[in-house]
Design a protein around this ligand. Structure first.
Ligand code: PEP
Ligand code: CO
Length: 412
């Protein structure tokens, strides 16, 4: 079977292929340690009673639009902060985030294809980390795990995991998601278009299971089970174990879903993930986000692309040229070199095309202002990083750097 063949109609949520033990019966990596917190049970009850943040018809509309990307008829841009701040979600700041995604999407569309725009926003509040602690001012502190879990302030107290933050994150997400909704409606009226909605849609890493699990919802009209915290949830590189709770959670909902694929993943493992996440081989259901690093992409990506095609999954292939290219500057800052980012993005596109696959687009971390977090273009060297380094987590591209990434990728 080859990609694009044997695609059944939508698989219903009570299809036995989606059955099996509930996600929480599988081991879960990267979870907060807040279960003994005095407010934990109360917050869980509250968050479960909150209304859905996005509706099933909207999620379904994105799935339909993504099917066009899977078919090779459109492109996809997914961009935004590494970690959103709960304290920077007012309507002006949100409008700027929407604007940068739109502008980069417009630039991608200048090649003549339709471009779907998806923000890393409206819920990108939880971060997987490689280490439990970090050393600051001679003390080991628990690492910052995103505003859904703790604060970035470098004190022991601020770094405690606090379940009440789930409610803050919900409220902040709601404001952003409502604004995205209004923007989509306004754009649709303005363009008079009825068909596919180009966005802006929302996405985030579905990481904290207490939060995401509480927002699994059933659409009243159709009985469909979906994750109502965002339109397009993805699974990160550190939580994509086939026998892990994150994969099982996203296997049990009908949203379009993403999964990061790093250089250590094997073709068999990725084929297994595809079988779990896309048993129905449905165009638009699964987006694989390759984040191999510039030195690994040409070695690691081809056998995986072949295995996925052989198994008949019509996946969308995105390239994330950020997360495999993180280095430390001489002053100890996390940074990325624009040249490395461009190299990986272009190499990934060549590999995909060489295997007869649609290089669907780019997943990147970008700020709304000219931050100095990655070296290249307007940031000439590592010394210049000190000028305006404000990220909560990973180093983002500034708007000019991101625009260079899009134009190089278009040219490749
Ligand atoms: C991220 O997207 O910020 C991230 C942590 O990515 P990955 O899971 O690919 O490391
Ligand atoms: Co990141």
């Amino acid at each position: 079977m080859r990609a694009g063949l044997a695609v059944p109609d939508a698989v219903s949520s009570n299809d036995p292929r989606y059955a099996g033990p509930a996600f929480w019966q599988y081991p879960a990596a990267q979870q907060p340690n807040w279960h003994t917190h005095p407010e934990y049970e109360e917050v869980r009850r509250k968050i479960s009673g909150r209304p859905p943040l996005v509706s099933w018809p909207e999620v379904a509309a994105l799935r339909t639009a993504l099917a066009e990307v899977a078919a090779g008829d459109a492109h996809l841009l997914q961009a935004g902060d590494c970690a959103e701040s709960i304290w920077e979600c007012d309507s002006r700041q949100t409008a700027r985030r929407i604007e940068i995604v739109r502008a980069l999407g417009d630039q991608m569309a200048s090649a003549g294809t339709r471009v779907l725009r998806v923000g890393r926003m409206g819920g990108q509040f939880a971060k997987p980390r490689s280490r439990e602690t970090e050393r600051i001012g001679g003390r080991d502190l628990p690492v910052f795990r995103g505003h859904l879990v703790n604060s970035e302030e470098p004190t022991l107290e601020a770094r405690q995991h606090d379940p009440c933050r789930m409610l803050w994150a919900y409220d902040a997400s709601k404001g952003v998601l409502d604004q995205l909704h209004r923007t989509r409606i306004r754009d649709r009226y303005a363009s008079g278009s009825e068909g596919v909605v180009d966005g802006p849609w929302a996405s985030h890493e579905a990481l904290v299971l207490d939060y995401e699990g509480a927002l699994v919802d059933r659409d009243r009209e159709t009985g469909t089970t979906y994750l109502s915290s965002t339109h397009l949830p993805w699974i990160g590189e550190r939580t994509r174990q086939p026998q892990g709770a994150h994969v099982r959670l996203l296997a049990s909902v009908r949203n379009p879903v993403g999964c990061k694929i790093g250089p250590k993943s094997t073709p068999d493992e990725v084929a297994e993930l595809c079988e779990l996440l896309d048993p129905g081989r449905e165009p638009g259901r699964l987006t694989l986000i390759a984040r191999m690093g510039k030195d690994e992409v040409e070695r690691a990506l081809p056998p995986i692309v072949e295995a996925v095609a052989r198994a008949g999954h019509p996946v969308i292939w995105l390239t994330d040229p950020m997360h495999g290219n993180t280095v430390r500057s001489s002053s100890g800052r996390k940074t990325r070199y624009l040249a490395d980012i461009l190299e990986e993005a272009c190499a990934a596109k060549r590999v995909l095309r060489g295997h007869g696959q649609h290089a669907a687009g780019i997943h990147c971390e970008v700020a709304t202002t000219p931050v100095t977090e990655c070296v290249g273009g307007p940031v000439p060297d590592e010394e210049a990083l000190e000028r305006n380094y404000t990220t909560l987590c990973d180093p983002r591209l500034g708007p000019e750097q991101a625009s260079e990434l899009v134009s190089e990728w278009l040219r490749a």
